[in-house]
Design a protein around this ligand. Structure first.
Ligand code: NAP
Length: 457
């Protein structure tokens, strides 16, 4: 079956591809399984140089691969370059720390020696989304491979060029053949692969709906699964927050990748006493952003991923406006070619409106006013999601207290939510299960094995 990758900013076709037939997918999986037998035999120290070289290769090819990201999914070129650089940095963090993070642990029990050791599982199958085409795929693959597994990547179809560029990165870095392979299966073959004896674990980053489906398939076949799913992160502004600092943070938090980030700030929960001043400055800054050609170095907001994304935003906004929400800036797609939607601030929003209840994957910021901190926390938690979030206040102890009360995988005080390879990343509730990054991510797809030694006789 043929399909095309399309530049969402221009509507132009980039390339025509074809799905692999099931036999081709299974043969590739078989090769990854054979590669595992060798790769598992290396010590972590022996694997490290491959990753050091991968970081070099990512930086050497940064220009071309950033262009490819921008062409396939529409983010500004400056963001695409930063994404590749972040991948190189994350790879170095694992190269520097993996030996320590995967070291055996000793436990005192009733025998002579009790050792906890972390052994690879085999072929891990990753299914990834388009919004950070390099970052999402490598954020899984680097720790997965470092732990001694081999990996198959099924990327989102619209970033198939990136999927093969990532495979190329491993090849260029000199990794043994088939340790990392990109496949282009149809959905039926994805299911067959999960069911097969070859695949020992599944990692999906994507929507909650697809997460339920893939999680159920993995569960049916008793495969370890990590699910990184949707989010609707609260951005909580307390009355003592600095207006300028917080408004600027709100713009960055909402607008990264044109708002198409799982950890974008999606619900702006603002305490009454500061709401007018915050809303006014935030709206001013959002309205001043430069939207347009993502290849232009000065563009701050690129294209949305496709027409369906624009239509979904329009529907979420229209339903909320019909229930009383008011648009302060933006609100209508930009005329002309490409999937462009302007930064949009909406006030008088509340639960029951789609902009508040659902994940809004684009540049719309609903502002919800609350009386006090307690109401802010209650509202932050009144969501099916629990990925990230932030709280903005001059009182750091109060910020930490709020951070501890919000139900999410990560919470930031006076910073937008961001991922960092040294810290765990993942969600609770419908935002998923399991963790990526840090030593927690490194240990998701390992056999945590106890070796227990007793004296003889
Ligand atoms: P998606 O529609 O769920 O797709 C994710 C991946 O699943 C793609 O590779 C897609 O392939 C594949 N897929 C979809 N339906 C499938 C099926 N029935 N069987 C097998 N594979 C299937 O998500 P998306 O639109 O790419 O990404 C946006 C979503 O991802 C948002 O909800 C966002 O919050 C979430 N996300 C979460 C995180 C996190 O870390 N928590 C990070 C980034 C994004 P095709 O392209 O071929 O359909």
């Amino acid at each position: 079956m043929e399909f095309k990758t399309v530049n969402p900013a221009t509507g132009e076709t980039i390339q025509t591809w074809r799905k692999m037939v099931p036999q081709e997918v299974m043969q590739t999986a078989q090769l990854a399984q054979e590669a595992f037998q060798q790769w598992r035999g290396l010590s972590v120290a022996e694997r490290v140089p491959y990753f050091q070289e991968l970081a070099v290769v990512l930086r050497e090819n940064l220009g071309d691969w950033a262009d490819l990201i921008t062409a396939e999914m529409g983010k500004p070129i400056t963001e695409a370059r930063a994404e590749i650089e972040k991948c190189a940095w994350m790879t170095e963090v694992y190269a520097d720390n993996a030996e320590m993070w995967l070291a055996d642990e000793k436990v005192a029990a009733d025998g002579r020696e009790h050792i906890v050791t972390f052994q690879p599982l085999g072929v891990i199958f990753s299914i990834m989304p388009w919004n950070y085409p390099f970052w999402q795929a490598l954020r899984f693959a680097v720790p997965g491979l470092m732990a001694g597994n081999t990996s198959l990547l099924k990327h989102a179809s619209n970033v198939t060029g990136c999927a093969f560029a990532i495979e190329d990165a491993f090849r260029k870095a000199g990794f043994p053949a088939d340790v990392f392979r990109t496949i282009v299966p149809d959905y039926e073959t994805v299911s067959a692969l999960i069911a097969s004896d070859i695949v020992q674990g599944v990692s999906l980053t994507g929507s909650t709906e697809v997460g339920r489906h893939i999680g159920a398939e993995a569960g049916r076949h008793l495969k370890k699964v990590v699910l990184e799913l949707g989010g609707s992160d609260p951005f909580i502004v307390l009355e003592d927050a600095d207006i300028e600092f917080t408004a600027r943070g709100a713009v960055t938090g909402r607008m990264v990748t044109a708002g198409q980030s799982c950890i974008a700030s999606k619900r702006f929960i603002v305490v009454e006493g500061i709401a007018d001043a915050f809303t006014s400055r935030f709206t001013e800054l959002m309205g001043a952003l430069k939207v347009g050609d993502p290849r232009d170095e000065t563009t701050q907001v690129g294209s949305l991923v496709n027409e369906a994304a624009v239509a979904e935003l329009e529907e979420q906004l229209a339903q909320s406006v019909s229930l009383g929400a008011r648009v302060l800036c933006g609100g209508e797609r930009l005329a002309g070619q490409g999937c462009f939607f302007p930064p949009t601030v909406v006030t008088d929003t509340r639960c029951g409106m789609r902009l508040v209840d659902e994940e809004v994957f684009g540049p719309i910021a609903p502002i919800i006013r609350v009386q006090d901190e307690a109401e802010a926390v209650a509202l932050a938690n009144a969501s099916e999601f629990g990925l990230g979030g932030s709280v903005w206040t001059r009182d750091l102890a109060r910020g930490e207290s709020v951070a501890r009360q919000v139900e999410s995988g990560t919470l930031f005080v006076n910073s937008i939510t961001k991922s960092d390879p040294r810290m765990p990343f993942g969600g609770v509730k419908n935002s998923g299960l399991g963790r990526e990054l840090s030593h927690y991510g490194l240990k998701e797809f390992v056999n945590v094995k106890g070796v227990n030694i007793y004296d003889h006789g």
